[in-house]
Design a binder for this molecule. Sequence first.
Ligand code: FES
Ligand SMILES: [Fe+2]
Length: 359
Amino acid sequence: MTVRAGGHAASADPALPLTQARALVVEPYVHPDWAAIEQARVFRQSWQLVGSAAEIAGPGDHLAREIAGVPVLVVRQPNGSVQAFHNVCRHRAGPLAACDGKGARALRCRYHGWLYGLDGRLKVAAEMDDAEGFTAAELALEPVRVGVWQGFVFVCLGADAPPLEEILDGIEARMAPTQLAPMAHRRHWRDEIACNWKVYIDNYLEGYHLPFVHPDLARVVSYAEYNSTLAPWYSLQYAPVSGAGDAYGAGEALYYFVYPNFMLNIMPGRLQVNVVTPLGPDRCAVDFDFYYLDQDDVQARVEADLTFTAQIQQEDVAICLQVQKALASGVYRPGRLSPRREAGVWHFQNLLRRAYGWA
Ligand code: FES
Ligand SMILES: [Fe+2]
């Protein structure tokens, strides 16, 4: 059977029960058409993490971002609320802001100077008096859905995705008493990796590879007690950690993956956030942001954590590159999944199947 996803013919790959499941078919990992399909069906239809609320603490502070090719502007309002708009002028598509900024009183288009309020309404459009029927007050920047959760700002370009609170429902209760908002941002890095974005996420979603790919990590994260649970829009992997010294502390590690592309890696007093962004069929970027509670030994902890995390990342990247090559070689047929160890992979791939129109 053949189905059409966004105009490209691909084999149907229906969702099966976990105990009967196979890995996703190969086309979405290698076909050049798939990026456009996923921009439209995955990234423009889901909540995307765009920054932390602390970056836009004051009125007029703003973030300029691009989500699946769409320029988006997130603006702190004078009343403290957060609004988001297309960063696209209603005149001839000029940008309102070229980059992040602080304390704007209004939003002035950088092309011909039309002036919008922080709430997106057009206030002044010079030399338009002779334009018949033109009323500035009737125009406004196109609004975008926006939400703030635990100090993080998300936007969603699509109307059909459930509300942000529904997507993340259950995370706060499970991670309590940990709160993310009080943790301070300490470090950022970005890796560009020569693999499809889903190869990186598939790999993240299982601890099955721990003993083979990460021997050092396997010594501090209990493989025997490593487990996962599934929610409608996210999955959680969790395990006790001990013996990692400064890097991780001791306690429980919670690894949340929220569909389609971000991860919250929570240890006591520490949060590390990943956002995975496709850059083409065989290239993606992974952003790492590290947040910590401000404790006495925080600097030593940051350094130890960064070193250890970089090592784990190197090990993951090496295996992802090999997998991408093998997928692209044309010889691989999707294999069976381990119901005990790969429920998260199955869950993610089923959400993708649904987005592609296969389930
Ligand atoms: S495009 Fe914005 S003022 Fe012309
Ligand atoms: Fe890994």
